[in-house]
Design a binder for this molecule. Structure first.
Ligand code: ADP
Length: 517
């Protein structure tokens, strides 16, 4: 996975390290000031599931991974005489942990995937305060968010709750260890359910609900805020000067938009990796009366609006692993990827899968329904349908899921013109073309390696004054391919989509019933 680009001609060059503290690994990438990737390193760490609904990580393992990836990237660049100018951060959203007065962990890091606070989230959502909290904080009320997690800790770990000096996210933990200060960037804060995105202050109503005061949280700072004065021990361990500025940066979701250059009005970024998301950038927060989308902060003038879906590429993986033994065998013999063979078969089925419709909610769903009880459904099965129809319907169903979120976004924020696509699904031309045809929009594939790391580096460049506006990212991200929509196919898709859209409402109660069997 790791790669190094050799020293460019001309010798010494200045560079920035963009670090992404992701869910599965920490990645550090060195970029020059033109956005070229110089060196990339990553170190993985595990997720623990001590109970089925729990997802936790060891913050110390993550900290070590961060320090070591920075060191590895810096060592390689030092060798060729390059000069580090700053380190800037991206991190996954929604994590929560408690620390004592010395900064030692009192809990592991409870990550976004943890759903132990499901009942608390449901109670808040259904309470008289639920809608107000969503509108003020921009964060959908959901167990991913730190607010219900705090309520869970209060009731289930009262010892920890009362002893906690601070409740923080993983990025704050890393910065505290490196600099001895608790700071939280506006972007990570805007995904906690505790922060007023309109006033850029902690939101008292949420804090009262959780039973905490501001002192228990970090100081909110802008995403280009930088700290200097590294802990000398860690500076030595990384081999970098104590005076190198560290820019706090933003969340991975917000930075992914920046890193693919989906930043102008009318641009949207669609990611389909294991899960998926669609996001746009607006000048101000625009919350959705129907509570379908989030509003997170990238900078004071850039709000990232959108919705995450659980059911992205994982749905295709499920089909490959459970219904495709022949393709798996053939692919192994030919030394190719089974997804390629499956995609070829799906391409032979007409758009709309001869009226077979798939609701992709294998893992419940976040946007647009925010309903953990929802389930997958094949609808309209008839005697002529083959396995490959099911496959085609499945690929279309994932896109319909994102389209339904895209519709909510367009209702709230205005029209989308161009979609910038990222994630594992861009390896399939068919799947990207389905995206273009369903949305009836142009889809561009950005030639970007790790958009969140590049996004972090762009904030670093802004903090250093190398660029004046984050919009200058346009110069740094070349587009490699563009897919044009096919109007006729779009019309076909819309016929089935109209039914798709109604099915969830018709089946909502039955999802609960089947879950209770
Ligand atoms: P992650 O979210 O873990 O970073 P990726 O961005 O690598 O995941 O995306 C993984 C997903 O991409 C797979 O689950 C699969 O659905 C899809 N995918 C990977 N390779 C292909 C391919 N050749 N054709 C179509 N889809 C693919």
């Amino acid at each position: 996975m790791d790669e190094t680009v050799e020293e460019k001609e001309g010798g010494t060059m200045k560079y920035i390290i963009g670090v992404d503290i992701g869910t599965t690994s920490a990645k550090a990438i060195a970029f020059d000031f033109e956005g070229n990737l110089l060196t990339r390193k990553s170190i993985e760490y595990p997720i623990f599931n001590p109970k089925p609904t729990w997802s936790e990580q060891d913050p110390l393992a993550i900290f070590d991974a961060v320090v070591n990836t920075i060191k590895q990237v810096d060592d390689e660049n030092k060798k060729v005489g390059n000069e580090l100018e700053c380190v800037a951060f991206s991190s996954a959203m929604h994590s929560l942990m408690a620390v004592d007065a010395e900064g030692n962990k009192l809990t592991d890091c409870i990550i976004w995937a943890d759903t132990r606070s499901n009942e608390y989230a449901a109670d808040i959502k259904n309470s008289s305060q639920g809608h107000d909290i969503y509108m003020k904080t921009g964060t959908p009320v959901h167990p991913m968010s730190p607010l219900p997690k705090l309520l869970w800790l209060r009731d289930h770990r009262p010892d920890v709750f009362s002893r906690a000096h601070k409740f923080i996210s993983i990025k704050e933990y890393v910065f505290y260890k490196l600099f001895g200060h608790y700071v939280i960037d506006h972007s990570i804060a805007s995904a906690t359910g505790l922060f007023d995105i309109h006033t850029l202050q902690w939101y008292k109503e949420s804090l009262d609900l959780a039973g905490i005061t501001e002192e228990k949280l970090s100081k909110p700072v802008s995403t280009t805020h930088s700290l200097v004065g590294l802990n000398p021990g860690y500076a030595e361990q990384m081999g970098i000067d104590v005076n190198i500025p560290f820019v706090v940066g933003a969340s991975d979701g917000c930075l992914a938009n920046l890193g693919v250059n989906a930043i102008k009005p009318g641009d949207a970024a669609v990611t389909i990796g294991t899960s998926g998301a669609i996001r746009i950038i607006a000048k101000e927060p625009k919350n959705d009366e129907k509570e379908r989308i989030f509003s997170y902060i990238l900078t004071e003038d850039h709000f990232v609006l959108g919705g995450p879906v659980n059911n992205g590429g994982i749905v295709f993986r499920w089909f490959r692993d459970n219904f495709s033994p022949l393709e798996i065998r053939e692919a192994a013999e030919k030394g190719i990827d089974p997804y390629e063979l499956l995609t070829e078969k799906a391409a032979k089925v007409p758009a709309g899968a001869d009226s077979l419709i798939f609701l992709p909610y294998l893992l419940g769903e976040r946007a647009p329904h925010w309903d953990a009880n929802s389930k997958g459904v094949f609808f309209g099965v008839n005697i002529k349908h083959t396995r490959d129809h099911f496959l085609r319907a499945l690929l279309e169903g994932v896109i319909f899921g994102l389209y339904s979120v895209g519709k909510a976004l367009q209702e709230t924020t205005g029209n989308i013109d161009t979609i910038y696509a990222t994630g594992g699904f861009v390896r399939s031309e068919l799947w990207v073309q389905i995206l273009a045809d369903v949305f009836n929009k142009k889809v561009a594939i950005a030639e970007s390696y790790e958009s969140s790391c590049l996004g972090a580096a762009v904030l670093g460049m802004k903090a250093l004054g190398v660029i004046d506006r984050v919009e200058e990212v346009e110069k740094l991200v070349p587009v490699s391919r563009v897919f044009e929509p096919d109007e006729e196919k779009h019309r076909e898709y819309m016929k089935v989509y109209a039914i798709y859209e109604r099915l969830y409402g018709l089946l909502k109660d039955e999802f609960v019933n089947i879950g209770n069997l």
